[in-house]
Write a protein that binds this ligand. Structure first.
Ligand code: THU
Length: 182
C-alpha cells in the first residue's frame, strides 16, 4: 500500500489540510494455472470447503484454507445460527482454529472461496470488515504478510499481498497494549 501526502492549502483560515491518498495494487489471474503449487492447493481446498459450510439460512457457502509457516493447512467454512449474529464467517472459523491449534505460528496465506444456491457468485468474494480486522490482528502480530487468494467455485482468482491492503487506517489495538516494563 502506498500512502502519500500532498499539502493542500485551505484559504478560508490558517489551516493547512494535508491530503493523504491510499493506493494498493492487487492482481487477478484467469484461473489457477499460473499459481505456485501451494496456492493451487490452497484455492482448491477453499473451494472444497464450501461444501462443508453450515449455511441453511443464507445458502451462501464460504470456504477458507490457511497455510501456516509450519506447513499445516487449517480449513474452515461459514457456520450459521438461527440466532443470526451468533454465526461466524469461514475466514474467522479458519483463522481462529489455526491460532487455537498452533498459537503464534505465522499464517502465510489464506484462500477464500464462495458459492451460492440462489444466484451465481460471479466474482471472487472479499472478506467482510470483521474478518479483515481479525486477519489484520494476526498479520500485525506475526510481523509478516498474510497473502489472500479470493475465488469462486471456478474461474478467476484475485491475489492480495497482505491484509493491511484491505484495511487502510485500521484500528491496530496499539493503545490497548501495555507499555514495556509494566
Ligand atoms: N460469509 C463468510 O463466511 N465470509 C465472508 O467473507 C462474507 C460472508 C458468510 C456469513 C454468512 O454465513 C453468509 O456468508 C452470508 O453472509
Amino acid at each position: 500500500m502506498l500512502c502519500t501526502e500532498t499539502p493542500t492549502d485551505i484559504s478560508t483560515n490558517d489551516q493547512v489540510m494535508n491530503r493523504k491518498d491510499v493506493l494498493f495494487e492487487y492482481y487477478e489471474v484467469e484461473n489457477d494455472k499460473s499459481l505456485p503449487d501451494d496456492e493451487k492447493e490452497l484455492v482448491a481446498l477453499a473451494r472444497e470447503m464450501c461444501s462443508q459450510a453450515y449455511a441453511p439460512y443464507s445458502t451462501f457457502y464460504v470456504g477458507a484454507a490457511v497455510l501456516l509457516e509450519n506447513g499445516k493447512v487449517i480449513k474452515g467454512s461459514n457456520q450459521e445460527n438461527g440466532a443470526y449474529p451468533s454465526g461466524l464467517c469461514a475466514e474467522r472459523v479458519a483463522a481462529f482454529a489455526a491460532s487455537a491449534m498452533f498459537p503464534g505460528v505465522p499464517m502465510k496465506k489464506i484462500a477464500i472461496s464462495a458459492r451460492s444456491n440462489r444466484v451465481p457468485v460471479e466474482s471472487p468474494v472479499s472478506p467482510c470488515g470483521a474478518c479483515r480486522q481479525v486477519l489484520l490482528e494476526y498479520e500485525l502480530a506475526q510481523h509478516q504478510p498474510m497473502k489472500i487468494l479470493l475465488s469462486t467455485e471456478k474461474g478467476s482468482i484475485v491475489i492480495i499481498e497482505k491484509v493491511q491492503d484491505l484495511l487502510p487506517l485500521a484500528f491496530s489495538g496499539n493503545g490497548l497494549k501495555k507499555p514495556k516494563g509494566n
